[in-house]
Design a protein around this ligand. Structure first.
Ligand code: 13P
Ligand code: SF4
Length: 350
C-alpha cells in the first residue's frame, strides 16, 4: 500500500498532466484529504451552477454523492464524462423517494386535491424523480434557494408537493407564513396523509423523507448548549427538524452557515448543526472563533465520506490508463426531462 504522501503526489501529477481536460468539483461535506485537490468547492446549488457553465472539461471527477454526479451529467454535454470515485456514495434521503412510490402518491394526491398541485423536488433526489417533477411543470430546489422557489411555485399552483425532505419543506413553508395545520405529510409506505388540520385547507404536502445526518441534531442538543455555552450562537441546516430550527438562533444552507461564521466577530462561539467535515474545517480555518458541533457526537455523512484519497486516486489513475471507472450516465430521455426541472431553478423566473 502507498503512503499518503505518495498518493497525494500521484494525484497532483495526474492533475497536472491532464490540465483543463480534468475537473474536480467537491461538496463542502467532503473530507479534507479530497477537498485539497478540488478545482471548485461548493454547496449543491453552486455545484449545479458550476456544472451548467462547464463546457470545457472532458472528465468531471465528482467528489460528492450520486445525485450530485447525476445532476452534473444532466447539465453537461454528452461528450463530457462524469465519474463518481465510489459508487457506494449515495444519499439515503434521495433514496427515500422512488418513482413507483411517487407515481402512486401523485395519483392519490390528484384524487384528493385535483389538478391544484405543483411538485418541487429537493435536488437531493434521483434523476427519475427530477424527471417526474420536470414533466409536471415543477422544478428542483436546493437549501440555498428553497424560499424563492417555493414562492415561485405558489404563483403557478394553489398547492405544492415537496419531495423528498419533509424538514426542508416544512421549515421553508413555515418561513413563508404557512401554519403547520396547513401542511400535510405524505407517507409513501402507508400510502396515507398525516395532517393535524383540515386536509382541504392544506397548502403544502411534505414527502415523508429526511436526512439521517441532520436528524441527529435534537432539541436536547440545543438545550445542552444553551446551558453549557450560554454565549454561543446556534446555527443549523434546514434539513434539521422543525423543533430544532425553532430553538436555534439561525437556520441556513451550507453556504449561509459558512458566510455567517466567516463574517462573525473574532472570539464568537458557534454551535453548528450540520455535517462533521464542514464543522471541523470551519473550526480549523477560523482559530480566532470557537466553532463546534451542536451534537457532541460528531455527525458524519457516511456516504459522503466514502469518497477518500484512495478512491480519488483510483479514479484518476484509471483515466490515465484510458479506462473510465464508475461513469455516471443518466438515460437521455430521463436526463432531458430532469433538465427541465433543473433549468426552471437555474434560469431567472419571469
Ligand atoms: P446543501 O449543499 O444545499 O447545503 O445541502 C446539504 C446536503 O445535505 C447535501 O447533501
Ligand atoms: Fe444525503 Fe444527508 Fe448525506 Fe446530504 S448529508 S448526502 S442529504 S444523507
Amino acid at each position: 500500500t502507498m503512503a499518503v504522501e505518495e498518493m497525494e503526489a500521484e494525484v497532483r501529477r495526474i492533475k497536472e498532466k491532464m490540465g483543463s481536460r480534468l475537473f474536480i468539483p467537491c461538496h463542502h461535506y467532503q473530507k479534507d484529504e479530497v477537498v485539497q485537490f478540488a478545482d471548485a468547492i461548493g454547496d449543491s446549488l453552486q455545484l449545479a451552477q458550476i456544472s451548467a457553465k462547464n463546457t470545457e472539461a472532458e472528465f468531471i471527477v465528482f467528489c460528492g454523492v450520486h445525485f450530485m454526479a447525476e445532476t452534473a451529467d444532466i447539465l453537461t454535454s454528452d461528450e463530457q464524462k462524469v465519474i463518481l470515485p465510489d459508487m457506494w456514495a449515495g444519499c439515503s434521503l434521495a433514496d427515500m423517494a422512488d418513482l413507483p412510490q411517487t407515481e402512486r402518491g401523485w395519483e392519490a394526491m390528484q384524487k384528493q386535491f385535483g389538478d391544484t398541485i405543483l411538485p418541487l423536488t429537493y435536488i437531493n433526489s434521483t434523476a427519475a424523480i427530477k424527471a417526474f417533477v420536470g414533466e409536471q411543470g415543477g422544478a428542483t430546489v436546493t437549501s440555498s434557494n428553497a424560499r424563492p422557489m417555493l414562492e415561485w411555485a405558489f404563483t403557478q399552483k394553489e398547492r405544492v408537493l415537496f419531495l423528498p425532505d419533509q424538514h426542508l419543506g416544512r421549515n421553508t413553508a413555515y418561513d413563508l407564513g404557512i401554519p403547520l395545520e396547513q401542511m400535510a405529510v405524505w407517507d409513501p409506505v402507508q400510502e396515507a396523509f398525516e395532517c393535524a388540520g383540515d386536509l382541504d385547507q392544506v397548502k403544502i404536502i411534505l414527502w415523508k423523507g429526511h436526512c439521517s445526518v441532520h436528524a441527529l441534531f435534537t432539541p436536547e442538543n440545543v438545550k445542552h448548549v444553551r446551558t453549557r455555552h450560554p454565549d454561543a450562537k446556534i446555527i443549523v441546516h434546514p434539513e434539521c427538524a422543525r423543533e430544532v430550527v425553532a430553538l436555534a438562533d439561525f437556520a441556513g444552507s451550507t453556504k449561509t452557515i459558512i458566510d455567517m461564521i466567516q463574517k462573525a466577530e473574532p472570539g464568537s462561539k458557534w454551535a453548528v448543526g450540520t455535517e462533521m467535515n464542514l464543522v471541523n474545517r470551519l473550526a480549523k480555518q477560523m482559530p480566532d472563533k470557537e466553532v463546534f458541533s451542536l451534537n457532541p457526537v460528531m455527525c458524519a455523512c457516511l456516504t459522503m465520506n466514502r469518497i477518500d484519497l484512495p478512491h480519488l486516486l483510483w479514479a484518476l489513475e484509471s483515466l490515465e490508463k484510458g479506462e473510465i471507472i464508475n461513469p455516471i450516465t443518466v438515460d437521455p430521455d430521463l436526463a432531458a426531462k430532469a433538465k427541465w426541472a433543473l433549468d426552471r431553478m437555474l434560469e431567472p423566473k419571469t
